[in-house]
Design a protein around this ligand. Sequence first.
Ligand code: PRP
Ligand code: URA
Length: 208
Amino acid sequence: MKEIILNHPLIEHKISILRRKDTSTKEFRELISELAMFLCYEALRDAKLETIEVETPIASTKGYVLNEDNYAFVPILRAGMGMVDGVLRVMPNAKIGHIGLYRNEETLEPVEYYCKLPKNIENKTVIILDPMLATGGSGSEAISMIKKRGVKKIKFLSIICAPEGIERIEKDHPDVEIYSAYRDSHLNDNGYIVPGLGDAGDRIFGTK
Ligand code: PRP
Ligand code: URA
């Protein structure tokens, strides 16, 4: 498995504002979206390009295009929705699927409630979006659901991950690449990432 942590002063700066408990809902949403854009940029580093001919005002030259139809983004509801407009700023024509999972607060096990994926998904690289990778239960379940549809190449984008979540995905799905803006210390007894940022879904949607 490959784990890629964005290591950049700008990311540290934005993550620190995101963590603050008095950051407004508006600013929190904007930061999640921007960080998703940076993660997507990094995740596309190995993208295959097609060669085309380009006419500049001065001369003709070789150009390169990325076929956006080869990609699908799949946010895990709800919090993953906060990352969608950031990744669409980078790849506006990519298809979007949705997976609905929530974590049972007592058992911390993921509970599935929705799954709608684009057609021909088996031929695409699927990029899963979820800001928090905590125990890894939700992420691992989402990856299994997508693999059942015949998808071969999956990447997972999270804003903050815990070592426990990385270990879980590594064990269950060693073929999946995980991109994170920050790797935190550990989980607390309630399965929250420490220091983390609290409940990402509640902070994006202002539900608490
Ligand atoms: C959060 C988060 C992940 C999950 C991570 O969602 O967005 O999906 O918890 O935890 P895990 O790695 O231990 O599974 P939550 O269940 O709170 O649902 P929500 O997005 O609807 O708020
Ligand atoms: N889900 C969240 O939203 N935050 C955490 O810290 C863990 C799971």
